[in-house]
Ligand binder design. Structure first.
Ligand code: 13P
Length: 339
């Protein structure tokens, strides 16, 4: 298969009506934090058990078409000794891999960040591909403060995302491009809209300069919302209106799918907001999810680190997946939470 055919096949498998992506790629410190919240130690066995529980959830593939894994999961096995990426594949869920190596301060700025991991990326990707990964994810992070993101921050982060995406495509891996504008702070929804528009403009300008084929990419953006500590919350309709306006101004129609991160929204907010985006006029791209916390949180609390709770945890995950699946069609109703 040529690289282009390979990339298109992955997009076709990942971009499906009524489905989205499960982010299960928490880095070692992040998964330790999530486990600590339920008093579970982050041992390799606990991480294997948890991620295997997620992947083996019966019928998850009805609502989830892709899963983002962390490096160690690629070589871990379920209780029956089957490699986890293969178990995902059997469920109709495309396995992918987080390939960035985390953020550091961007020097000579007053608070911008930059993500590391480009050196040796092509070689790492070839290994991940042999282990079953068909797509990758890279996250750049933009805090909203008085002087951030700066022009330098916006340009430098766009450059890195574009270099990553071009390298992925050169080895037949579909890049998920994730410019995460953080929800932290007390900024207004208008300020979030301004920042996200500027960030995405720079990202698409850079992707073009690096020759990235947009048809073979997925965008994973933040929704446009007020800051988490802002005095008033926005309704799902307001979030949808502002988010779609910004996306229409900055994301070319060649991009097949936009899969939002949940970024600290509650699970129900993330579902209601996605639903509102899918109730209006048709858009050039699919509007879907790539949630971590908003899919996993209720399941983690049902599990609490106990083997005997595994089924309850899978039921909690499946419920969120199903409701987000409904939100892909604009058919989610709050009362479905109780059913
Ligand atoms: P959240 O949905 O929890 O923000 O996680 C998505 C993700 O992959 C962040 O990089």
């Amino acid at each position: 298969m040529s690289i282009q055919t390979d990339l298109q096949a992955t997009i076709t498998d990942m971009v499906q009506k009524g489905k989205g992506i499960l982010a299960a790629d928490e880095s070692a410190p992040t998964i330790a934090k999530r486990f600590a919240a339920i008093s579970v130690e982050s041992t390799e066995e606990n991480r294997r058990f948890w991620r295997s529980l997620l992947i083996t959830t019966p019928t998850l593939g009805d609502y989830v078409s892709g899963i983002i894994l962390f490096e160690e999961t690629l070589t871990q096995k379920d209780d029956q000794g089957r490699l986890l990426p293969q178990v995902a594949g059997k469920q109709g869920i495309v396995p992918g891999i987080k390939v960035d190596q985390g953020k550091i301060p961007l020097v000579n700025t007053t608070g911008d960040m930059i993500t590391q991991g480009l050196d040796g990326l092509a070689d790492r990707l070839k290994v991940y591909k042999e282990q079953g990964a068909r797509f990758a994810k890279w996250r750049e992070v933009y805090p909203i403060e008085t002087h951030t993101p700066s022009r330098l921050g916006i340009d430098a982060n766009a450059e890195v995302l574009a270099r990553y995406a071009a390298i992925c495509q050169s080895v037949g891996i579909v890049p998920i491009v994730e410019p995460e504008v953080l929800i932290d702070g007390d900024h207004t929804i208008e300020r979030a809209a301004e920042v996200i528009e500027a960030v995405q403009h720079a990202v698409y300008h850079a992707l073009h300069r690096y020759g990235v084929i947009l048809e073979h990419t997925i965008l994973k953006p933040s929704m446009v919302t007020p800051g988490k500590t802002h005095a008033t919350k926005a309704t799902p309709e307001q979030v949808a209106e502002q988010t779609i306006k910004v996306l229409r101004r900055s994301v070319p129609a060649a991009v097949p799918s936009i899969n939002f991160l949940s970024g600290g929204q509650t699970d129900e907010e993330a579902t209601a907001n996605l639903n509102a985006m899918n109730t209006g006029a048709a858009q050039p791209w699919e509007l879907s999810f790539s949630y971590g916390r908003a899919l996993q949180q209720p399941a983690l609390h049902a599990w609490m680190g106990k083997k005997e709770n595994a089924q309850a945890a899978q039921a909690a995950l499946l419920k969120r997946a199903r409701l987000n699946g409904a939100a892909r069609y604009g058919k989610y109703k709050v009362k479905m939470e109780k059913e």
